[in-house]
Structures are given as structure tokens and as C-alpha cells.
Design a protein around this ligand. Sequence first.
Ligand code: LLP
Length: 486
Amino acid sequence: MSDTGLSQIWPAAARRADDGVLSLHGLTAAQLCGSFGSPLYVMDLDEVVTRARTFRDAAARAFSTSTTSVSFAGKAFLSKEIVRLLVGEGLHVDTCTLGEMRIALAGGAVGRSLVLHGNNKSDEEIELAVANDFGKIVVDSADEPERIAAIARRLGKRARVMVRVTTGIHAGGHEYISTAHEDQKFGIPLLPAGAAANDATAASLSMDTVASGPALAVLKDILARSEDLELVGIHSHIGSQIHSADAFIEAAQRVLRLREAFWATDGFVLPEVDLGGGYSVAYLDDDESMDIQTTLDAIADAMRTESQKSGLPMPVVSFEPGRWIVAPAGISVYTVGTVKPVHLSDGSTRTYVSVDGGMSDNIRPALYGADYTAVLANRSGAAETMHARIVGLHCESGDILVHDVELPADVRRGDIVAIPVTGAYGRTMASNYNQALRPAVIAVSSSDNEGSEHMSDAPRLLSEHGEAHVMLRRDTIADLLSLDLG
Ligand code: LLP
């Protein structure tokens, strides 16, 4: 049985046979739906591990003479099993809510391997992070050092903190996921009010300007609270789905200027610089796929040059990729219901293919205009194709999963369609809109995947080459009713 080609956006273990049947590790989409219901998120654990290793090793290679650390951004996808797997690969876990912290802890991440972010952290979150000796609590506003210090003192701890700096770099796939320009809620500005951060280049930023900015003042404040706070470094996250190294480089140069200015003013060498996440992935066959080694090499070069200029040693450099690790490891599988041709005023026809999920399990097309593609996953279908739009079952016309895709002209009720690259920000942004039941996440892996050995007692589906089990179960009507105390 030969395979019809699947492009690079699919997991390496995905196959589409001549008869059109899509499988992962020998488990077909139809078998997965037959055993676990429909719709499903399917997460390929081998792919997650491969990508985690690739990122981790690329960072170590790029910064060969200095230390690196990689934290997986749990907001992209989180479950105890993923935490266990990634911690096993030496990754840390970045959390930003009590829920994320609790799942990371329950998954076996401990102490130094945890990061807490958040522009509005609750006392409870800070307490949990301090009590568990998190590696970094990332300060996001000027009043936080005092709050964290008070909690640390009360708990008899010294909290490790970083300062999140907004560098003025505007980058990212969509306005809502761009995070370091001036007019947004995150971080502490590098530059004083009135300094044109968005227009300046790192090289043109004078030490005096940087030294008089809010970020440096917060660093000073933390240093003054050394008894309760250990100042670990500075942090910059500029946005998400960023395609080129340039914006990361500019941001890195700026935070290194701050490091230099702080050395000049306070004689303190900040040990670590965290460059956050934001590394892009390809969603469509024609999208360019970021070569992570090339990107990190370019960032490392620029940082080495900048450090040499300043005469300071290279810092520990850390990263927080979310999407890059898990997005391409996940696919969504749906069952087709209504198929409705709609005649458009330009004379063309668009066929609306309704599936049993929608914006409740993938909000990204509706929220960011994100584009996806899809294939018919249970048979090859007619050679003739139709212009299709894959839509969900929700009561909104914006409930679109795939705007435009060519599908076989005979797609019909009961068929299965699969959408690739849904492993990040799908399940974690899912909702119960229309009281939808959020789909299960099924973990698939090859039989020899070590990760699957210490897994739950959940029922398994086996193939000659692999296995599948429920990683997160589907919501039930009982779940919905249990929340309703009326
Ligand atoms: N670190 C920080 C501080 C972050 O805020 C984020 C993402 C990351 C790391 C991970 O970024 P990544 O490597 O995954 O791009 N829901 C949006 C993405 C929002 C990202 C928010 N912060 C989406 O679906 O595109």
C-alpha cells in the first residue's frame, strides 16, 4: 500500500494511503473516532518529543558557549502527560494561571523547572509559586516586587524574580498576539515616556535613556529587596507566530542594552535573559516553515556581538516556545454532517461542509482570521473537487474552521475530515459555547515511545505500529449539569 503525499505540515507519522485513509502510527482516523467518538483532537506524542528535543538541542548548539534553558508555554496546550513528557526531556514549564500551575505541578514539574507569568497575578498564584520555589516569577508591573517580597517574607522564602520588559518591538501574526509595543497591557517599558521606542533601533538607544526608563527602576527596586527577592534576569516576549529572526534580535539587543545600563548604574550583572516564545509554524502547505536552528543561530550571533561590545559575559539565555512545540503535533478530526452548496453572486458555488465541532474547539479562525487546510480522511473520494468551506455547528455565521479548501466533490454525511496543525491553542482556547462538549484529546504514539509507558490506565487502542489513549477526556452532559446549581 503506497501513500499519497502528505505535506510537511502533518506529523511525520501521518500517512494517507492510496485509498485516502488517513492514519497516525497505523491508527486510522475512522478507528480513532470509532473508539473515542467524534470530534477529536489527536496529539502525536512522538512528534511532541521530537520537536521538544529539536528546540532544546538547537538552542544548546546556537549558544554553545553559554547556558540555555527552554520552558514550554503551557498556554499552548497543557495536560499532566505532556508536562511529564516534556520535563523528561529537560524542558521547564511556563504557566500563567492557578489552573496551569496546578496542572504543571500535578504533571510532576517541580521548583526551578516552573515559571509564573501574568499581568494580574493573584496573591494565591504568587503564594503557590513562592511556596513551590518556582524558578522564575516574571514581574509584570511596578507594584509586583513589593507584593512578591511580602509573600516571600511571610512564607520564609526568597523568591526568584525576573522583570518583563516591553521593548517597543511590534511583531506577531495578529494584533491580539503582539505583545511588546507600547499600547498594550504587558510588561514594564524599557524606555521613559516620550522616547520613541517603536522607531528607535537598539543601537540608537543611549545608555542614559535606558537608565531613566521604568524597567531599570523596577530592577533597582528588586535589588533593594534582596533579602526577599533574588533577581534572576530580564524577560522579553514580543508576540506570537513570528516568522523571522529580526524582531527577536532587535528585542534581544534592547534587553542587553538594559543589562548593560543596569551594570553601569548598579554594578549588577543580570544572570539571565529570557526571550519568550513566538516561533512560527506553517499552517498551510505553502507557508514557510521556520528553521529553528537558523533562527536561534542568528539570535545567538547578535547576542554574542552585543555582549562583547558591552564587555559583559553572555547571560543564560532562555526561551518559552509553545506553538512551535505542539501545534504541528496535533490534528483535529471531525465527522461531516450537512453538506450544502451555496450559489454566490459571481456565479460560483461554495459548498458548506458542516462538521460536529466548530468555533468551540478551534476559535482561531474566528478570532484571528487564521487559515487552516483539511483533507478527507476516510476515503479518497471523487477525483473531481469542489470549493468547500468547513464550518461548525454553532449559531454564528463566523463559525468557520477552514475558509477555503478543495475537497472531493462527493464529500457526504458520515465522512471524516482532518485538519492539521491544531495542537496549539485549540483545546486550551476551547469553550462550551452553545453548551458544546469540548472534544477529547487522544494521545497517539509509536509502540516504542518511552513516554507512553508511564501513562494512565485509560483504555488503549493498539495498531501494529502504535497506540492511542485518552489524554484529556471529552466533556459530558453530566459535566455541564454539575456546574449548574439552579
Ligand atoms: N511566553 C509568553 C510570556 C507568552 O505570553 C506566550 C504566548 C508564549 C511564551 C508562547 O508563545 P508561542 O511560542 O506559543 O507563540 N492564542 C494565540 C497565541 C497567544 C499567545 C500568547 N502568549 C494564538 O492562537 O495564536
